[in-house]
Design a protein around this ligand. Structure first.
Ligand SMILES: *[C@@H]1O[C@H](CO)[C@@H](O)[C@H](O)[C@H]1NC(C)=O
Ligand SMILES: *[C@@H]1O[C@H](CO)[C@@H](O)[C@H](O)[C@H]1NC(C)=O
Ligand SMILES: *[C@@H]1O[C@H](CO)[C@@H](O)[C@H](O)[C@H]1NC(C)=O
Ligand SMILES: *[C@@H]1O[C@H](CO)[C@@H](O)[C@H](O)[C@H]1NC(C)=O
Ligand SMILES: *[C@@H]1O[C@H](CO)[C@@H](O)[C@H](O)[C@H]1NC(C)=O
Length: 356
């Protein structure tokens, strides 16, 4: 009887320790640039292309010059993986940047995720100066565009919108920023946060005026599984801008980026968008409570199993216990052992279920 309870307890305990260890294993990787080339890691970690250059006493990065057909970009040099191992840990990321665009109608600015083979030094005619090659060999990319030109070719809403682009410039999600009382190219600083949650497979974009805190409600939210997008291939991230035939200038004032590895057991199904919109809870909070809920369930289940097992052993003991003197010693053990195994199998199965 004591053996059973202790074994159950140990199983539940090791289950909890395992999960705590996994929580700890959510490692991170990040960079942060506030004042650009003063950062000791700047040269080694960031690459500038086209017209991009450090200006304003190192406080900013200028991506486009005030002449037409100017284009520039900044890429983080180190390729990253959005899925690791097989079956692997998925990877979530968060990035933040503050930018300023002059009041002209250039293409605007885009945050891009491109395959690591992408040649960032090549500029093309596509929006934001991206060179996408021929239709067939076009790289799979994901972009968040801060678009200040209405381009009918891509079905643009107006000349003041934010969109999520997947493999093309016709946005899969778009928002008229004017309806949020914001102007992308007002010549004033804006802040943007882009978060990809691998657990809920969701990309979220937030935008605010300078000095405002990170908004709770995303401007855009799109369900997408980035782990499938590049077949485990490494990707590069960057910010790119081009001004077309305008003389728009685009500046970056700060940029940070964090990668978080999400262990397999934390993966959940995509949330129902309507449900998500109703609650607007940060995904991280939901995951934590999900984990605590799992632990609590395991604990309650473990306790119940222990109690049930103890009860069954007691019950069997009362039935067989009386006959023990007339039965051979070996016969009295198996039934108890059998029940013990059954309980253990149930507990193990519950743990398996808990993991999925
Ligand atoms: C540049 O910044 C440094 C320190 O922030 C300051 O001491 C220096 O005067 C600045 N130079 C100019 C030209 O603004
Ligand atoms: C990228 O393109 C430039 C210009 O065409 C070329 O000089 C360079 O070798 C290319 N880099 C790679 C890695 O292909
Ligand atoms: C965008 O929002 C503004 C302000 O609410 C509105 O005047 C304008 O018509 C909207 N544009 C589109 C294309 O919906
Ligand atoms: C830029 O080109 C667009 C169409 O291609 C045109 O409508 C616009 O007037 C041009 N702007 C300038 C400043 O030349
Ligand atoms: C980046 O900096 C902004 C503003 O200081 C902050 O709100 C955000 O949490 C930071 N994000 C990351 C990923 O470091």
């Amino acid at each position: 009887m004591a053996k059973l309870s202790i074994s159950t307890c140990l199983t539940v305990l090791s289950y909890m320790i395992f999960h705590l260890k996994m929580l700890h294993a959510v490692s991170s990787y990040s960079f942060s640039f506030g004042s650009f080339d003063k950062d000791p890691n700047f040269e080694s970690s960031i690459a500038l292309y086209g017209d991009a250059k450090v200006v304003g006493n190192s406080s900013s990065l200028q991506l486009t010059r005030p002449v037409s057909l100017s284009a520039g970009r900044v890429m983080y040099k180190q390729p990253i993986k959005l899925v690791e191992g097989n079956p692997g840990n998925l990877v979530s990321f968060s990035t933040y940047f503050s930018f300023l665009m002059s009041p002209d109608n250039g293409d605007g600015l885009a945050f891009v995720v491109v395959p690591s083979g992408f040649n960032a030094s090549v500029f093309g005619n596509s929006p934001f100066g991206l060179y996408l090659g021929s239709e067939k060999s076009s790289p799979k990319f994901v972009a968040v565009e801060f678009d200040t030109m209405r381009d009918a070719k891509f079905g643009d809403l107006n000349d003041n919108h934010v969109g999520i682009d997947v493999g093309g410039f016709v946005s899969v999600k778009v928002r008229n920023v004017s309806s949020n009382n914001m102007v992308l190219n007002s010549g004033k600083r804006l802040h943007s946060w882009i978060d990809y949650e691998a657990g809920s497979k969701r990309l979220e974009v937030r935008l605010s005026h300078s000095g405002d805190i990170k908004p709770i409600d995303p401007l855009l939210s799109h369900p997408i599984d980035l782990s499938k997008m590049w077949n485990g291939e490494k990707v590069l991230i960057g910010l790119t801008s081009s001004n077309g035939n305008s003389s728009q200038t685009c500046f970056l004032h700060s940029w940070n980026f964090t990668l978080r590895r999400v262990p397999l057991w934390m993966h959940s199904q995509p949330l129902d968008p309507q449900d998500f919109a109703k609650h607007e809870k940060p995904v991280v909070v939901q995951k934590k409570s999900n984990c605590i809920l799992k632990m609590l369930t395991a604990m309650i289940f473990g306790t119940a199993c222990g109690a049930l097992g103890a009860f069954m052993v007691l019950y069997l003991w009362t039935i067989f216990g009386n006959r023990r003197p007339v039965m051979p010693e070996e016969c009295s053990v198996p039934p108890v052992d059998f029940e013990y195994k059954k309980v253990k199998v149930i507990v193990d199965k519950a743990i398996e279920d808990g993991k999925h």
